[in-house]
Design a protein around this ligand. Structure first.
Ligand code: NAD
Ligand code: IPM
Ligand code: MN
Length: 364
């Protein structure tokens, strides 16, 4: 049975605090289920490295990572010293593009034991998947500023949508929805105001959807869609969105489940031509960094998603990896019911205490 090489990249701020807890839990799972995971730590793709070298990553970063089976990533960004667009375009956004991780899969779930900020919601009412397009759309460097510093200053920022790019994320979302009991797909658009790309996106959803007659499609403008995340979260099953809309929905959804400190993500290249990347949805949280109080569960759950993805790799002993995924999820559930809690969940526990508690449950 094969082994997997995992690149561990901590990044900045709480990325450096939550990543070790994620690895601790994965190593506990590896011992219990007989998984072969080899971690290699990379001390670049962080703002200190940028301040020392003038770049976020070494020139041969792609060669160094190409042989990896997955990347386990903390968070990047330290805006006090490096502008965010420099640090993020120099690292995370580069990975997503260069490794063609065109799916950003972001589950949203209300857990038993976690107080819900929405009235009268119980576990089961909020349980959906955000599928975010992850390589194009509103995230571009195309455009510029004319007449800078003058009254005539003019800014142009282009968006890019391709048929290839839209169709492949829509197909992925339809496949996911088709395999779930409710078979329901929400398509986030804004085809009233964004008059070119969004009516086109709706049209691509219709075209791709003809192959999935059993999936109910619900197209919603992004404005009312955000309202419904709050007012009717039980309405959602799979939600597919462009890069920026998906970014916004994937912070709002987890906020509706109590904290963004739980939200995981998989940046997937489903064809496995390149390594996929697993990371919390949240960032480096400079406001709490260095205190050891960040919630590590988003990082830990992202590790479980990584195992589920590796389970389907050629030559993998899939059953073991799936069992390990399920054990980590069960440990997270139990820990949220009666284990130690970090401050975002109203507790006093440290990052390491929560990580340790979950690792112990996984190993038992
Ligand atoms: P953020 O997600 O870092 O923090 C937002 C708020 O949520 C903060 O109050 C923070 O304390 C809290 N929070 C986040 N994660 C938490 C956790 N695990 N436990 C408890 N509380 C948590 O978003 P931001 O403040 O907009 O960004 C900070 C930096 O992170 C910026 O440089 C930004 O560009 C970067 N960022 C990186 C990523 C990434 O690497 N994937 C994602 C988002 C933001
Ligand atoms: C995320 C983050 C990134 C994004 C930032 C840090 C560039 O917010 O992963 O959600 O916008 O994609
Ligand atoms: Mn985001």
């Amino acid at each position: 049975t094969r082994s997997f090489r995992i690149a561990a990249i901590a990044g900045d701020g709480i990325g450096k605090e939550v990543l070790p807890e994620g690895i601790k839990v994965l190593e506990a799972a590896a011992r219990r289920f007989g998984l072969a995971l080899e971690f290699t730590q990379f001390d670049w793709a962080n703002c200190d490295y940028y301040l020392q070298t003038g770049a976020m990553m070494p020139p041969d970063w792609k060669e160094q990572l190409s042989g990896m089976d997955a990347i386990y990533f903390g968070a990047v960004g330290w805006p006090a010293t490096v502008p965010d667009h420099i640090s993020l375009w120099g690292s995370l956004l580069k990975f997503r593009r260069e490794f063609d991780q065109y799916i950003n899969l972001r589950p949203v779930r209300l857990f038993d034991g976690v107080p819900c900020p929405l009235a009268n919601r119980k576990p089961g009412d909020i349980d959906f998947l955000v599928v975010r397009e992850n390589t194009e759309g509103e995230y571009t460097n195309l455009g510029g500023i004319m007449f800078p510093g003058t009254e005539r200053e003019m800014v142009i920022q282009e968006s890019v949508f391709t048929r290839h790019g839209a169709d492949r994320v829509l197909k992925y979302a339809f496949e996911l929805a088709n395999a779930r009991p409710r078979r329901h797909l929400t398509v986030a658009t804004k085809s009233n105001g964004i008059a070119i790309s969004m009516p086109w996106w709706d049209g691509r959803a219709d075209a791709v959807g003809t192959a999935y007659p059993d999936v109910a499609v619900d197209k919603q403008h992004i404005d009312i869609l955000t309202a419904r995340f709050v007012l009717q979260p039980d309405r959602f099953d799979v939600v597919v969105a462009s890069n920026l809309f998906g970014d916004i929905l994937s912070d709002l959804g987890p906020a509706c489940t109590g904290t963004i400190g739980l939200a995981p993500s998989g940046n997937l290249n489903p064809e496995r031509n390149f390594p996929s990347l697993f990371e919390p949805v949240h960032g480096s949280a400079p406001d709490i960094a260095g205190k050891g109080i960040a919630n590590p569960i988003a990082m830990i759950w992202s590790g479980a998603m990584m195992l589920a993805f590796l389970a389907d790799a050629p030559g993998a002993d899939g059953a073991r990896y799936r069992a390990a995924h399920d054990a980590i999820l069960a440990a997270i559930e139990q820990s949220l019911r009666d284990g130690p809690r970090t401050a975002d969940l109203g507790g006093k526990a440290t990052t390491a205490q929560v990580g340790e508690a979950i690792a112990t449950l996984v190993g038992a």
